[in-house]
Design a protein around this ligand. Sequence first.
Ligand code: GDP
Ligand code: GDP
Length: 440
Amino acid sequence: MLPVIALVGRPNVGKSTLFNRLTRSRDALVADLPGLTRDRKYGEGRVGGCDYIVIDTGGISGDEAGIDQRMAEQSLLAIDEADIVLFLVDGRAGLNPADEMIADHLRRNNKECWLVVNKTDGIDPDTAMADFYTLGIGQPVPIAAAHGRNVTSLIDEVLAPFMPDEEALAAEEAEKEKDDSIRIAVIGRPNVGKSTLVNRMLGEDRVVVYDQAGTTRDSIYIPYERDGQPYTLIDTAGVRRRKHITEAVEKFSIVKTLQAIKDANVVISVIDAQEGVTEQDLNMLGFVIDSGRALVVALNKWDGMTPEKREHVKSQVERRLEFAAFARFHFISALHGSGVGDLYASVNEAYDCAMAKWSTNQLTRLLEDVVADHQPPAINNRRIKLRYAHQGGSNPPIIVVHGNQTAALPGSYKRYLENRFIRYLKVRGTPIRFEFKTSD
Ligand code: GDP
Ligand code: GDP
């Protein structure tokens, strides 16, 4: 499980700045809750060997009414979801009543909490920190988020208890090796039809369900078999849980979604065709692709749409989802069951491609053919040579191409080579990564 870090603090202390520094460049996922002006933002990052999820919030100003009130509620929700809270204060502005209010809340909340004094660039950190000991949150840590000062070492320290040790990693690997099921995560915005689809896919009779206790943050893992192939469905929609727990649980959770993507072999990304492709859909797909997972896209609620509307959505899908063109697209109705069974063929194909093994021999011969058809250009009167290729990983497949001056390979040539590999290896449904290494 990825550790979850929440950034809280009053507005303007530098939470967004720190968030951007801690996450990859891609657009953040924003909790899609109606009526909120600035919701929780979610991103993924990695420091040292440790991946994590970061949540940023609008902030808590101490003067909570209207929008501020809602932002404060978001911060509290983020704290609930987090393993670690980074409480940011402004080292230049000094202590503020809102800081004290937040500290109060955090002390009562009993979460693992770090007091982070930001904006200590160009000022004496000790003087800047002196003010904040009275908050009673422990030893303050000075950083300058805007310049990245002390940020990596802070995160290193914060994540130390979550760093998997070698033994745990090996055990986890062994566990995964033993599990021969295809792990499928069904993800999507609230109300796109995930629960309906999960129920359809499981088609009660053939399912052996093991009920597992879990917090609202965890997905339920449902092992089952279909046509002799074992699967594990990672249910982010909480279908199974809702049967047993009567109290309202927040059904949709981005943390849950990100964890499920991480843990899956293949992701089924559900989009509401009647609503069309939204920004949130695109961002979620971006996360799936970044994490290298195999992907099947299900455009749901295809029933009850006029032919004109269908044409419109199809062309929108072609335009907006071009970056996911490696995936198969299905137009389905989870409600009526049409097209649902067909998803499995694409899931299986995507899994097989994601896990495919190619020998160095095979890849090198393919490389030779590709190069013979179209030579890389010469740089400084010296032709770029590509010598051999080997596989560097799977799910996603990684192809490592060795040669000289590979850093100078033009983007157009890389695309030519990648497209040829994808075509000849018949890779479908999974992203594939290419690495170019210079060995002279
Ligand atoms: P948020 O409202 O808490 O998300 O705060 P922002 O990240 O938007 O930052 C508020 C202001 O503080 C911006 O003008 C930032 O450029 C500035 N800021 C953030 N981090 C630092 C820092 O480390 N040093 C200095 N001097 N300014 C910073
Ligand atoms: P979730 O929040 O993504 O799990 O969405 P649900 O499965 O709870 O579905 C949300 C709403 O959409 C419910 O009212 C469903 O009956 C409806 N729905 C789900 N799938 C379809 C479909 O294929 N067609 C239509 N017309 N409605 C659907």
